[in-house]
Design a protein around this ligand. Sequence first.
Ligand SMILES: [Zn+2]
Length: 280
Amino acid sequence: MQITECVSANSVVTELQGKDRHDVLRELVELLAANGHVPDYETALEHVLERESLESTCIGQGLAIPHARVAGLSNMAVAFGRSRPGIDFNALDGFPAHLVFLLLYPPKDAAKHLSFLSELSTLAVRHNLVARLMEAPDAGTILRVLADADAEHEASIARGAQQSVAGASEQRADEGGLVNPVIALLARLQRFEQHKAAIAGEPIPDALDEKILNIKSLVPKRHLDHFYKLMDRRGLAVVPVERGACQGCHMQFSSAFNQEISNPRRIFNCPSCRRFLFIV
Ligand SMILES: [Zn+2]
């Protein structure tokens, strides 16, 4: 997932005007609407606030990633805002949010949105992203910091080929990741495999094949085998859970099972269609 793929200079606010969570969310949704990314501003804001009321999207370290699925968007849209005084986002760690990435995505981009969340939370922890974004003097520098972070993230995924995934997965969950790292890798793999299928018949770019090989080397074989079986038979292997239901087969889960799935230390498959699940 390339963060810079989704954030453009006109979607960056270096000094947010809003003083509370509601104002800031409105400000960022307005910005995306003004840039022509969001056809229905009111509905988009409603979805964002609804999602935020379920659970704080502040992941700690001053970073908040409010997000919502919005029908009618053509692509995932991201706005970034910075607040030096900080905004109370009702974070678990009690600290205010200084950096806010707002993600709005169409239903088809649920897996892409997951890669974005996962990459940002990893970068925040591992690459000192928060401090670097706080220091950036202008929107151009903010974009450069994000581009550098993207490149570092790609490089660390490649290096990760030498590490054991089991070790890495526990470590990342401890560091406050939102998403199980194996699920995050499988969601990336699914994106790359879909891209590969979409260009079938054309020569496959080396970079794409390389990314696929890297991920394959990181995911334990039993998950990988299951993943490819699902891709073959069902077209999609990693699907979101929304409003408590599997989006692959629409099975409605119990609230206890929904609670369990949100644990980023574990990997869950839908009891009905067996697809890998992640919570939106
Ligand atoms: Zn299912």
